[in-house]
Design a protein around this ligand. Sequence first.
Ligand code: UD1
Ligand code: CA
Length: 449
Amino acid sequence: MPTALIILAAGQGTRMQSDRPKVLHEVAGAPLITHAMAAGAALAPDHTVIVAGHGADAVREAVHEIDPDVTVVVQQEQLGTAHAVAQARAALDGFTGDAIVLYGDTPFIRPETLAAMAEARARHAVVVLGFEPADPGGYGRLVMAGGALDRIVEFKDATPEEQAIGLCNSGVIAANCALLFQLIDAVGNDNAAGEYYLTDIVGLARARGLSAGVVVCDEAETLGVNSRADLARAEAAFQSRARAEALENGVTLIAPETVFFAHDTVIGRDALIEPNVIFGPGVTVESGAHIRAFSHLEGAHVSRGAVVGPFARLRPGAELSEDVRVGNFVEVKNALVAEGAKINHLSYIGDATVGAEANIGAGTVTCNYDGVFKHHTEIGARAFIGSDTMLVAPVRIGEGAMTASGSVITSNVPDGALALGRARQDNKPGLAAKLLDRLRAEKARRKGN
Ligand code: UD1
Ligand code: CA
């Protein structure tokens, strides 16, 4: 069945106390709305329409960065969830498939759950995603009759008997797209909130003799973010799932509760992750790699057999080949490090290529930035960069070449050459003792005064 996603994201999110639209706050390094988009992507939607309102320009910009094909429509006034869905009508004009409504602030709906809803659509004109929360609080209640869904009543409008119902509305609803808009046309706002409730479409469908059904999901999936505390809870929920998944997939985590993953982190089996490691977006760690304690990785690829850290930082574009060593207090950015190369201590390697088996001495810095432009450093295979070498880019160090410790390298070094780029040392015999005598005498003179 061709499917359209409608993602509601117009609400202000007052309780976030933020200048940023709520759906752009991040969980696992990605905006809430991208989690909703990713969940919906499992249905391979033909159209995605995002209903923005507060901060619509920022929302449009952010979602178009992820997927330029989504349509962003603006709900000028937030008159309720049915009114919000109605804003998607023009964008879906002529579309004959199903529509499924998601909330942009609800990041964890599982693809399997949406698939179950799509499947339930074969039996029901309207399918609602329900859940049974530990504390049903103010959620809309699903009123069942004879095993089928009869209507949804908002908590504010519910009788005490209805308020006692434990089965609640998650907000996710699926129906034929044309029918959805027809039913929405009939929704009024004569209720406790004075809003156009999307939930009213269930009763309206039943009144037309159409059937409605419920798919029930776990409460964890429906966790919605309304406050910073909710955001922290969502992050914690994501992390505990990601840790459990990593362990299940054969990754060793010595202290799982201290490792933080991003939404897209990929870690191969038999990788070993020591405590206090943080993965930003875009990281792949291959099988058998070893990430030592207190390392921070983002936009990086770590191949088999590589060892990173402790206290290493891999920034976007760090590409470590097999058996590379990146040690303590080393930062690597936008650099391809070939097989077996070693950067063991206190170095910055940015905008560079490092050849196979090259050895980068402690304190080496690629001076890649002139204040305006970034320049490239090339280090050949098996080159030996002496400790405390400044490589002033653009510069090339040849294969098997060496630089002397403390060198400032400003021009290319041919293959196999030794480059000395430092002042020549000059030893003055006996001068140290003389100098000390003079200084001590001066100290005694000052005390006597
Ligand atoms: C809604 C449901 C309720 C359900 C609950 C689950 C209705 C009438 N009620 O209630 O049954 O239990 O979600 O969390 O649908 N939004 C807009 N434009 C609007 C109004 C809302 O885009 O005019 C968006 C919000 O940004 C939010 C979502 O729709 O992402 C839900 O709106 P919210 O006001 O939070 O609905 P609830 O009152 O919580
Ligand atoms: Ca809500």
